[in-house]
Design a binder for this molecule. Structure first.
Ligand code: THU
Length: 130
Protein backbone atom coordinates (compact mmCIF):
# COMPACT_ATOMS: atom_id res chain seq x y z
CA UNK A 1 0.00 0.00 0.00
CA UNK A 2 1.15 3.50 -0.82
CA UNK A 3 1.75 5.70 2.21
CA UNK A 4 0.31 9.21 2.27
CA UNK A 5 3.84 10.64 2.05
CA UNK A 6 4.67 8.63 -1.06
CA UNK A 7 1.34 9.51 -2.63
CA UNK A 8 2.02 13.21 -2.01
CA UNK A 9 5.50 12.84 -3.49
CA UNK A 10 4.09 11.13 -6.60
CA UNK A 11 1.52 13.89 -7.06
CA UNK A 12 4.09 16.65 -6.52
CA UNK A 13 6.43 15.10 -9.07
CA UNK A 14 3.78 14.76 -11.77
CA UNK A 15 2.77 18.40 -11.27
CA UNK A 16 6.44 19.46 -11.41
CA UNK A 17 7.40 17.43 -14.51
CA UNK A 18 4.38 18.80 -16.37
CA UNK A 19 6.25 22.13 -16.42
CA UNK A 20 8.95 20.46 -18.56
CA UNK A 21 6.47 19.44 -21.27
CA UNK A 22 7.38 20.57 -24.77
CA UNK A 23 3.98 21.36 -26.26
CA UNK A 24 4.26 24.48 -28.45
CA UNK A 25 1.58 23.22 -30.86
CA UNK A 26 -1.23 22.06 -28.61
CA UNK A 27 -0.15 24.10 -25.56
CA UNK A 28 -1.50 21.12 -23.59
CA UNK A 29 1.11 20.21 -21.01
CA UNK A 30 1.02 16.74 -19.47
CA UNK A 31 3.02 15.33 -16.58
CA UNK A 32 3.22 11.66 -15.63
CA UNK A 33 4.86 10.05 -12.61
CA UNK A 34 5.15 6.30 -12.20
CA UNK A 35 5.69 4.72 -8.81
CA UNK A 36 7.83 1.63 -9.25
CA UNK A 37 7.39 -1.56 -7.24
CA UNK A 38 10.43 -0.68 -5.13
CA UNK A 39 9.20 2.83 -4.35
CA UNK A 40 11.07 4.95 -6.88
CA UNK A 41 9.36 7.63 -8.94
CA UNK A 42 10.05 7.88 -12.69
CA UNK A 43 8.60 10.85 -14.53
CA UNK A 44 7.76 11.81 -18.10
CA UNK A 45 6.23 14.73 -19.98
CA UNK A 46 4.78 15.04 -23.46
CA UNK A 47 7.17 16.06 -26.21
CA UNK A 48 5.61 17.38 -29.41
CA UNK A 49 7.07 17.72 -32.88
CA UNK A 50 6.43 19.89 -35.95
CA UNK A 51 5.66 16.59 -37.67
CA UNK A 52 2.69 16.04 -35.36
CA UNK A 53 2.64 12.26 -35.51
CA UNK A 54 6.07 12.15 -33.90
CA UNK A 55 4.62 13.54 -30.66
CA UNK A 56 4.96 11.28 -27.66
CA UNK A 57 2.70 11.34 -24.61
CA UNK A 58 3.87 11.90 -21.06
CA UNK A 59 2.72 8.46 -19.92
CA UNK A 60 4.66 6.58 -22.59
CA UNK A 61 7.75 8.65 -21.92
CA UNK A 62 7.49 7.72 -18.24
CA UNK A 63 7.00 4.01 -18.96
CA UNK A 64 9.85 3.85 -21.46
CA UNK A 65 12.20 5.72 -19.13
CA UNK A 66 11.27 3.39 -16.27
CA UNK A 67 11.92 0.29 -18.39
CA UNK A 68 15.28 1.71 -19.46
CA UNK A 69 16.12 2.15 -15.78
CA UNK A 70 15.29 -1.49 -15.10
CA UNK A 71 11.72 -1.15 -13.76
CA UNK A 72 8.90 -3.33 -15.07
CA UNK A 73 6.55 -3.49 -12.12
CA UNK A 74 4.58 -0.49 -10.94
CA UNK A 75 2.37 0.49 -8.01
CA UNK A 76 0.64 3.54 -9.50
CA UNK A 77 0.77 6.31 -12.07
CA UNK A 78 -0.18 9.93 -11.50
CA UNK A 79 -1.06 12.39 -14.28
CA UNK A 80 -1.22 16.16 -14.21
CA UNK A 81 -3.00 18.34 -16.75
CA UNK A 82 -5.26 21.36 -16.81
CA UNK A 83 -8.67 19.75 -16.57
CA UNK A 84 -7.70 16.34 -15.23
CA UNK A 85 -7.33 14.28 -18.42
CA UNK A 86 -7.22 10.49 -18.42
CA UNK A 87 -4.55 8.60 -20.44
CA UNK A 88 -5.12 8.17 -24.17
CA UNK A 89 -5.89 4.74 -25.56
CA UNK A 90 -2.36 4.13 -26.80
CA UNK A 91 -0.90 4.88 -23.38
CA UNK A 92 -3.45 2.61 -21.70
CA UNK A 93 -2.30 -0.26 -23.92
CA UNK A 94 1.36 0.49 -23.17
CA UNK A 95 0.64 0.48 -19.43
CA UNK A 96 -1.23 -2.81 -19.88
CA UNK A 97 1.93 -4.42 -21.22
CA UNK A 98 3.34 -4.22 -17.72
CA UNK A 99 0.29 -4.14 -15.43
CA UNK A 100 -2.89 -6.20 -15.13
CA UNK A 101 -4.28 -3.35 -13.12
CA UNK A 102 -2.77 -0.09 -11.92
CA UNK A 103 -4.17 2.73 -9.81
CA UNK A 104 -4.28 5.95 -11.86
CA UNK A 105 -4.30 9.24 -9.95
CA UNK A 106 -5.62 12.17 -11.96
CA UNK A 107 -4.74 15.72 -10.96
CA UNK A 108 -6.16 18.91 -12.38
CA UNK A 109 -3.42 21.47 -11.79
CA UNK A 110 -6.09 24.15 -11.42
CA UNK A 111 -7.27 22.34 -8.26
CA UNK A 112 -4.30 20.21 -7.23
CA UNK A 113 -5.86 19.06 -3.97
CA UNK A 114 -8.68 17.32 -5.80
CA UNK A 115 -7.32 13.95 -6.92
CA UNK A 116 -9.50 11.53 -8.84
CA UNK A 117 -8.51 7.89 -8.57
CA UNK A 118 -9.34 5.38 -11.25
CA UNK A 119 -7.54 2.32 -12.56
CA UNK A 120 -6.22 0.72 -15.72
CA UNK A 121 -8.68 -2.17 -15.50
CA UNK A 122 -11.56 0.33 -15.42
CA UNK A 123 -10.19 2.45 -18.28
CA UNK A 124 -9.08 -0.41 -20.54
CA UNK A 125 -11.51 -3.31 -20.56
CA UNK A 126 -10.94 -5.85 -23.30
CA UNK A 127 -7.31 -4.97 -23.78
CA UNK A 128 -5.36 -6.59 -26.59
CA UNK A 129 -3.25 -9.55 -25.52
CA UNK A 130 -0.94 -11.51 -27.78
N1 THU B 1 -1.04 13.76 -24.42
C1 THU B 1 -0.37 13.10 -23.42
O1 THU B 1 0.77 13.43 -23.10
N2 THU B 1 -1.00 12.08 -22.81
C2 THU B 1 -2.25 11.63 -23.11
O2 THU B 1 -2.70 10.64 -22.55
C3 THU B 1 -3.05 12.36 -24.08
C4 THU B 1 -2.36 13.42 -24.85
C5 THU B 1 -0.37 14.87 -25.10
C6 THU B 1 -0.04 14.63 -26.54
C7 THU B 1 -0.01 16.03 -27.08
O3 THU B 1 1.27 16.58 -26.88
C8 THU B 1 -1.00 16.79 -26.24
O4 THU B 1 -1.21 16.00 -25.08
C9 THU B 1 -2.32 17.07 -26.91
O5 THU B 1 -2.89 15.91 -27.40
Amino acid sequence: MMTDAIRQQLLAQTVAVREQAYAPYSKFLVGAALLTEDGQVVTGCNVENASFGMTICAERNAVFAAVAQGHRRFQAIALATVGGATPCGACRQVLAEFCDDLPILIVDVAQPHVVIETSLAVLLPGRFKL
